[in-house]
Design a protein around this ligand. Sequence first.
Ligand SMILES: *[C@@H]1O[C@H](CO)[C@@H](O)[C@H](O)[C@H]1NC(C)=O
Ligand SMILES: *[C@@H]1O[C@H](CO)[C@@H](O)[C@H](O)[C@H]1NC(C)=O
Length: 751
Amino acid sequence: MELQMCSSSSSSQHARVAAWVLLPLLCFSMVLSTAHGGESRKVYVAYLGDVKHGHPDEVVASHHDMLTTLLQSKEDASASMVYNYKHGFSGFAAMLTADQATRLAEFSGVISVEPSKTYRTTTTRSWDFLGLNYPSSHTPASELLQASNYGEDIIIGVVDTGIWPESRSFSDQGYGPVPSRWKGKCQVGPDWGSNNCSRKIIGARFYTAGVPKEYFEGAPLSPRDHAGHGTHTASTAAGSAVGQEAASFHGIAAGVARGGAPHARIAVYKSCWSKEGHCPTPAVLAAIDDAIHDGVDVLSLSLEMSENSYGTLHAVLKGIVMVHTAGNAGPHMQTIRDTSPWAITVAATNIDRSFDTVITLGNKQQIVGQSLYYQGKKDSSSRSSFGNFACLRSCTAEVFDGAQDLKGLILLCNDQTGALFPAAQYLMDGGGTGLIIVSSTTDDMRPVTDCEGIACVVVNIEDAERMCQYYEDTSSAQAKIEPAGTVTGKEILAPKVAIFSSRGPSVTYPAILKPDIAAPGANILAAKQDGYVFKSGTSMAAPHVAGIAALLKVLHPYWSPAAIKSAMVTTAHVTDERGMPIMAEGYSRKIADPFDYGGGTINPCGAAHPGLIYDIDPSDYSKFFKCTISNKRTPVDCNTTTMQPAYYLNLPSISVPDLRHPITVSRTVTNVGEVNFVYHAAVQSPTGVKMEVVPPVLVFDATNKVQTYQVKLSPMWKLHGYYTFGSLTWHNDQKTVRIPIVTRLTIEEFY
Ligand SMILES: *[C@@H]1O[C@H](CO)[C@@H](O)[C@H](O)[C@H]1NC(C)=O
Ligand SMILES: *[C@@H]1O[C@H](CO)[C@@H](O)[C@H](O)[C@H]1NC(C)=O
């Protein structure tokens, strides 16, 4: 029996909270270049490792000396410098030619030199669904929220598109003074005065150097969020509670909007620009360097990291919990790019809420789709009456060429691509009423979140077939669409890994299981400017985990980032409240596996009291990392015998992608529960693998707080196989501490 810290999700019918367009989390290389002396120059980022000089000024001076030696001119060095990283780690971004970059990489002390890349960015019923009830007239707040004082005085840094300080979600009413340890600042700019920082938004900075000018799109250079993404993520992680029924999207999903840690403080780092959220690496690294200096406790990055960023490693070395997104490239395997073992990488699920939209056909058949079509939307009175209905195989621009009257038309596009344009535009211009989009999963509302002016509804393939059959059998087919009704609770199959959520394994480091955990990320309602909007994406899932990390920080101030991650992973849910396995949405639905959700779906109340933790000495990350970051022929400080393969790291998972002969992996667990406690091992071996745990019983007492055990994994067949999954659970009558096991039998050498 788990300790019941939280009320169960089923009892939360009251505080209906609003939870939300998707910015694709694609990552691509984008460099700012200028011609210089015939050779084109780009922004490169040089990484020099730990800060070796005492004062930041000395660090900066040493960077200038290095660049002066390279360019043989002090003036050129000053002119080409873009950013100096000097607090959390040593390095700089500078405008260089390819040749200069190559030469710089060979300088002593330089670990790597990389061209600038651009990451892309990718209430709240979700919190009740997670068992973190907010107090209402019917139910008390969850014990975890109370015990953690709603995250009071924990500082969550958000690296994103800025923030909209006027949103009710960032009211600082009732907050005590800014924590005295805070060393950040409030950087003013057009549209952002010093009064825009508050006891809630305690700091705000923005990063423009090295950012291609087209990304600014005429927006003022200040921390203000014109794209809407950063406001959404910040309010999800730490939005103050916004009154009962006050937050909704035109009445849909009305309720109390709030963040996971509603009393936590927010520090804003704006490194992402443009409406689509482009985040150049020099600006992201500058944000992380400052965040380390400023004293944030948790850093939430809703952007797709395409590699092991040393910036985030240094943050973790300083005790900051790093939360990343898995990316939105699912549902294919091997679409996850982030492999940082020190970060918590978050996959996205749906929640127990749907937006049922009834479509009635002329023959009285009714079909339930999903939409965000609301009453009162322009011309809605005429919409709830019957109009002409047509089903087309595909809705390309050609079919609208010289099309007859579109007025009142409800059109179904049966190409199953989920493509909205150009059909939506033609219908809107021609006075059409609705567009019905066919998808293998109606949970994925991304196609319709941006639909304005007409009713856009997602229906499943079966229902689409029925509707098209009706159209073919009828000379004048008719249909009508009702506005969406919000349905929450048990009838909704949830959580389910969302179709867009990127899947493991990582191509580059399959020995590090990713993602780590899943959290709500589909159709999450959160703040945008003065209102509330829906967005979907792993960008929305990461701030949920950041908020929960803040609560755990209050309960366990001395836990390392690894301990906090372990607590989340080992207590995650792999079944829903009916005991059914959690599913993963894809082109065909299946039972979720660790490549979909890591340890499972997040269980905040369980994570508060995990029993055992898998802790990691941060220097172990460095050992692993130094062998992988350098692009030099002979890596600096790399001892391949100490930390390869990566499954030797004491992670709350074991992933062996090349099991050819029996191997033994050890893990160390620390008791953080009652002093005298006995745990027994329960093993679920991956198919084709014999798994033994030694010892099978762990006894903890006042003198034995830390225990090491061995897991022997033996391949049962000589086979070049695929990945299979299992688990290892340490349990007693109160606690279950489960880690996922992933193996692949091979007959070839991979490393
Ligand atoms: C933010 O600053 C602007 C300009 O100084 C001001 O007009 C606005 O009212 C401020 N907003 C808040 C929430 O203080
Ligand atoms: C690498 O680590 C191993 C084990 O700690 C040690 O024996 C060996 O001397 C180290 N090698 C180098 C080059 O530091």
